[in-house]
Design a protein around this ligand. Structure first.
Ligand SMILES: [Zn+2]
Length: 124
């Protein structure tokens, strides 16, 4: 055991090294240097976001079957300048599903129409 604290790249909560996943957002925990990388990655992503797509309440535009698929959708939306947020789907909020399990993809209301156009293969 390294004894180093782990940090969630999603919400920056810290955990002891015995933990694997963030209990709040389900992200796999990383060591602190990795978190710094994640922070600069977030800044890089933030520069791509178009402000006109970042207004209003969050609305669900897609459902992914896994974290990997959700991140793929997130990346696709970001290419269009649309910020998105991933949330575990209701009913799967148990430890076994923290890393796996379906995710809802949410975007601000002003970006929802553009997001649905970008995700023509997804749910309408
Ligand atoms: Zn977290």
């Amino acid at each position: 055991m390294s004894g180093k604290p782990l940090i969630c790249p999603g919400c920056a909560r810290t955990y002891p090294s015995s933990e694997r996943f963030c209990s709040v957002c389900g992200m796999p925990l990383v060591h602190v240097p990795g978190a710094e990388q994640a922070a600069s990655e977030r800044q890089r992503k933030a520069r791509k976001i178009k402000p006109q797509y970042a207004e209003g309440a969050l609305v669900k535009v897609a459902r992914a079957e896994s974290q990997a698929e959700a991140e793929f959708i997130e990346g696709l939306l970001l290419e269009e300048g649309i910020p998105s947020m991933l949330r575990r789907s209701r009913g799967f909020d148990v430890p076994d599903f923290l890393a796996a399990g379906p995710r809802d993809v949410l975007v601000p209301e002003s970006g929802a129409e553009a997001a649905r156009e970008a995700l023509v293969w997804g749910e309408s």
